[in-house]
Design a protein around this ligand. Structure first.
Ligand code: GTP
Ligand code: MG
Length: 203
């Protein structure tokens, strides 16, 4: 499923224009600038599929990606990039709109099989992340924490962070009890993330 070229399918700023449900959907959530779009690119091995930026607030819509279907064959997986939550270099009204979009989508999308909640390895879980964990848990949506930018900390610090992060999640039933540490820059963790996704699709 990651061997074929991926394409941009649709971007939408609101719930009225979601694409039709075609198969399993997985979404990448996380604070602005955590590396969601970069991780999607690293995952599929295409540098410019999702747009990335140094400035928090780059992704401003729900962006849907898939392998364009050939000869009416059904799509097995749809990947969704989302705006970030938390601070962004954008007007407050926009940021509020994104929060609503993220919340509505996460709560109301029937085909959403798993959410990957990205956490910057330099910062760990922040209160705004735990709010998202709470909401996902209340909606019964399973999620898995993925650490990003692992290239920015030492191996020892990463090992420690994985242990503390697991500990922070242990009372949360909807949290998958495994942390994937990644670096989009170095390709670290991509095979693990691909197999995790393949397992979700096969479920
Ligand atoms: P928004 O769409 O604004 O919410 O951001 P995002 O979460 O999609 O982050 P994006 O992928 O645009 O990356 C943000 C910044 O982090 C960019 O400058 C990336 O180059 C950088 N970045 C992303 N992944 C990594 C990584 O694995 N290592 C390092 N060192 N930098 C990274
Ligand atoms: Mg983005």
């Amino acid at each position: 499923m990651f061997a074929r070229p991926w394409g941009f399918w649709r971007g939408t700023p609101n719930m009225a224009h979601l694409p039709p449900i075609t198969g399993v959907e997985i979404a990448f959530a996380g604070r602005s600038n955590v590396g969601k779009s970069s991780l999607i690119n690293a995952l599929v091995g295409q540098n410019s599929l999702a747009r990335t930026s140094n400035t928090p607030g780059r992704t401003q819509e729900l962006n849907f990606f898939h392998v364009p279907p050939v000869d009416g064959e059904p799509t097995d997986l749809v990947i969704v990039d989302m705006p970030g939550y938390g601070f962004a270099a954008a007007p407050e009204a926009k940021v509020r709109e994104w929060q609503k979009l993220i919340r509505d989508y996460l709560r109301g999308r029937q085909s959403l099989a798993r959410v990957y909640v990205l956490v910057d390895a330099r910062h760990g879980i922040k209160p705004v992340d735990t709010e998202v964990f709470d909401e996902l848990g209340q909606s019964g949506i399973s999620y898995q924490v993925v650490l990003t930018k692992a290239d920015q900390i030492t191996d020892a610090a990463l090992t420690k962070l994985i242990a503390t992060t697991l500990d922070q999640l242990k009372k949360r039933a909807a949290a998958f009890p495994e942390i994937i540490a990644t670096s989009s820059r170095k390709g670290q963790g991509m095979p693990e993330l691909r197999s995790a996704i393949a397992r979700v699709v096969a479920e």
